[in-house]
Design a protein around this ligand. Structure first.
Ligand code: ZN
Length: 492
């Protein structure tokens, strides 16, 4: 019986995963005898995808109803992309997009790991202002989010994600009419190809062949995950010289690999293999993002859309004396410096911005650009990354509360890192020292004092925001979900 059920369910899954007819088939299965089989073998799949659920009714009007495509790549270091100076050819398709975009060369993520980083991107608030510090919590229902704001202004909203940390359990599906997180399959699951296919299926479903629907433009959020651990070498994108040592990247226990690295037990060849495999994942993801861009072009959507591409955080790959591997534990540039580019409709502005910007300003930028009524408060316009000038340039902040307490502020060329537990500050001149190899805190005490004071007032600001807010809650996780997080290195 189980074997038969598995066969039936596998066939159903194949049809479902192909995208077309997903909603119809979902309805058909529901209530039929197959429903029980389906649930038994695969769990409640409908909990992980949703089609056309009425999540909001348009109540306001935006003055510029532009399609918005938000492409996020999990765990991507800015310094690994060609358009930001990487010498290996790992990102030809993203580089192509960058040539038609505004490129922010020093974009800083609000946090060096997934949940708080996306809290920043989706809410426009620093995660610390909402009580997100050391653990993955549920996005509180009263905090305005990007998808909700666009949905209430008439956008048709679709999200396809590949990590549970940006999934339904953590509240990230709010404001999305269409949602699919079946690709949140843990560290051994390769998802980019499916993400692109599902995203294009959504585009077809939502736009119904009318890309220029100014009444109900599209908001698509596509989340790619493959550069995250495990680092897998894709046959189509090889950069290694054939490592065959014991520390293969598909090691089932990331925490063990982290410990080996920390203890200095990974040799140079093993570390190089991590780098090569990580690059292979980026190249593979880049090709799939290229396929998404091609799909948008074929459907006549590329040119007219506002396209934002960014990373949530980067990855340490044992390059520092501390021999760190993974993310979350520090705020060095490999972790908080992320790619960020914005392609305007018609590529009407192509430029590069050198000064620091924060990914928490992405939401106000989008709302400002589309003329969302929220802009009327003035805040969206004040924070828009499309309106940067000398007057509104500001430092970018990030923080983490994993394995200690570390904050950073990037102001022009200066970057201060404050380790609260050890009561110590480091200072780097990013213009001269991009790899943060030379701590110059001793040489510039006045810069240290100024930036420490800046961090202090930022903390006061966060505390004011948090005042009176109920604590964000932790989600209830199944054993399987905890196991998946362990495989990804998030749980000991
Ligand atoms: Zn992430």
């Amino acid at each position: 019986m189980l074997a038969m059920a598995a066969l039936v369910a596998a066939a159903l899954l194949a049809v479902l995963a192909s995208g077309s007819g997903r909603a119809r088939l979902g309805e058909w299965v529901q209530g039929s005898p197959l429903d029980a089989v389906f649930r038994m073998v695969l769990g409640d799949l409908r909990g992980r995808m949703r089609d056309s659920a009425p999540v909001c009714s348009p109540t306001v009007r935006a003055s510029r109803p532009t399609p918005v495509i938000l492409i996020a790549i999990d765990t991507i270091r800015a310094d690994r992309l060609g358009f930001l100076g990487y010498e290996r050819d790992v990102s030809p398709r993203i580089d192509e997009l960058a040539r038609e975009s505004i490129v922010y060369r020093r974009a800083i993520s609000a946090a060096p790991w997934t949940t708080p980083a996306f809290v920043g991107i989706f809410t426009g608030s620093h995660p610390g202002a909402l009580g997100f510090e050391g653990e993955a919590l549920v996005l509180p229902g009263d905090v305005p989010v990007l998808a909700d704001a666009l949905c209430e202004a008439g956008w048709q909203t679709a999200g396809v994600v590949s990590h549970s940390y940006v999934g339904i359990k953590y509240g990230f599906d709010r404001g999305f009419e269409h949602w699919d997180e079946r690709n949140a399959g843990g560290h051994l699951h390769v998802s980019s190809e499916s993400i692109t296919s599902l995203a294009l299926d959504f585009v077809d479903e939502v736009t119904d062949g009318t890309p220029g629907d100014s009444e109900r433009p599209l908001f698509l959020f596509a989340h790619y995950f493959d550069p995250h651990y495990d680092y897998r070498e894709h046959a189509t994108h090889r950069f290694s010289s054939g490592y065959s040592g014991p520390h293969q990247s598909q090691n089932d226990n990331f925490n063990q690999l982290v410990k080996l690295a920390y203890d200095g037990e990974l040799d140079a060849a093993a570390i190089q293999h991590l780098h090569d495999s990580y690059d292979s994942e980026i190249a593979y993801t880049d090709a799939e993002i290229g396929r998404l861009i091609d799909g948008l072009k074929e459907r006549g959507l590329y040119d007219e859309s506002l396209i934002v591409l960014l990373g949530d955080h980067g990855e340490m790959l044992v390059e520092r004396p501390e021999r760190l591997l993974g993310h979350g534990m520090a705020v060095y540039q490999p972790l908080v410096h992320v790619p960020l580019l914005i392609k305007l409709p018609g590529s009407e502005r192509v430029e590069r911005v050198d000064g620091p910007v924060s990914t928490v300003d992405v939401m106000p930028t989008i709302l400002d650009f589309v003329g969302h009524p929220e802009r009327a408060s003035g805040e969206a316009a004040r924070r828009s990354l499309l309106r940067l000038d000398q007057a509104n340039r500001r430092p970018a902040f990030a923080q983490t509360r994993r394995d200690g307490i570390r904050d950073t502020v990037v102001d022009g060329n200066w970057k201060l890192i404050r380790d609260t537990v050890r009561n110590r500050s480091e200072l780097y001149d990013l213009d001269r020292d991009e790899t943060e190899s030379n701590d110059v805190a001793w040489r510039y005490p006045e810069v240290v004092a100024r930036l420490e004071a800046r961090l202090e007032s930022w903390h006061e600001e966060l505390a004011r925001h948090r005042e009176g807010r109920p604590d964000a809650a932790a989600p209830e996780l199944s054993e399987e979900e905890i196991e998946q997080l362990r495989g990804l290195g998030y749980v000991e």
